[in-house]
Design a protein around this ligand. Sequence first.
Ligand code: ADP
Ligand code: MG
Length: 279
Amino acid sequence: SATPATLSAISNGAKNGVLFKGGAAMEALSTMDILYSDKTGTITLGEFKVISYEANEDVLKEVVYMEQQSSHPIADAIVSAFNDIDLNRVDQTEEIEEIAGSGMKKGAIYVGKPSAFADYEDPHHYRSKLSAGYTTVFVGKEHQIVGYFSLSDQVRPESAPAIAGFQDEKIKVVLLTGDNEMTAKKVAEEVNIDTYAASCSPEDKIKYVLDSQKQKKVVGMIGDGINDAPALANADIGIAMGSGSSVAMESADVVIVKNNLAKLFYSFKLSKKLNRIIL
Ligand code: ADP
Ligand code: MG
């Protein structure tokens, strides 16, 4: 069981908005060699706005209907951008499936990440809509891309300083995102992360964690989504954002209640001080 010094560090962390589920996570945090971080909702606010789109009325209705079933921040943005649309004529008997870290499926229609449409025809040239700085999702129907949505998001103000803090402590910070290459690169540059991987599936995220562990590294992973949950569970220190999905919080050892990465860095320093006392 935890020492009094560890319990006191945990209580200090909690007062500062970071909840540790046990003494082991508090003690391990400052021994971390590498910190993998998700992008959307973790380094960025995850508060998307639709800034452009193309889709005919029927496709648009299907997409809004499907996204009503998803808790992804992209889904929330699409649903609220078209909240006055009439969904009466949508076939509501067809089953909807959420594919974590990829998109939503209903019958022959799929909405999700561009890399899922690699072998689709693109008669309207929607691939040309991909650009740095925006997150774009495609709508596909019967092997054709029939619509797109481009959305903007913003880096959280605390991200860059907190990441710099970890880097100064010689912790390697690596960005792992399901988003596309251009947007991954732009966000990585904005927060000074020199290593990133784009178009990651939930399985890819786990693989990065396990590979580092095989190299005897103590691995931290921070994320907010359903897609991050398996990697959070496998990391030595899994850290979830308080705004995240409940499965991410259940899989993590640490929860950042108000999503403030500066508070995580404060907890790191508590952990470091603690290890000077107990080691
Ligand atoms: P990140 O790893 O950056 O948090 P996610 O893994 O949550 O991103 O999502 C990866 C990509 O999958 C998104 O950029 C988007 O293209 C697509 N995606 C995921 N969920 C949805 C959804 N509900 N609707 C549309 N696209 C989605
Ligand atoms: Mg995320």
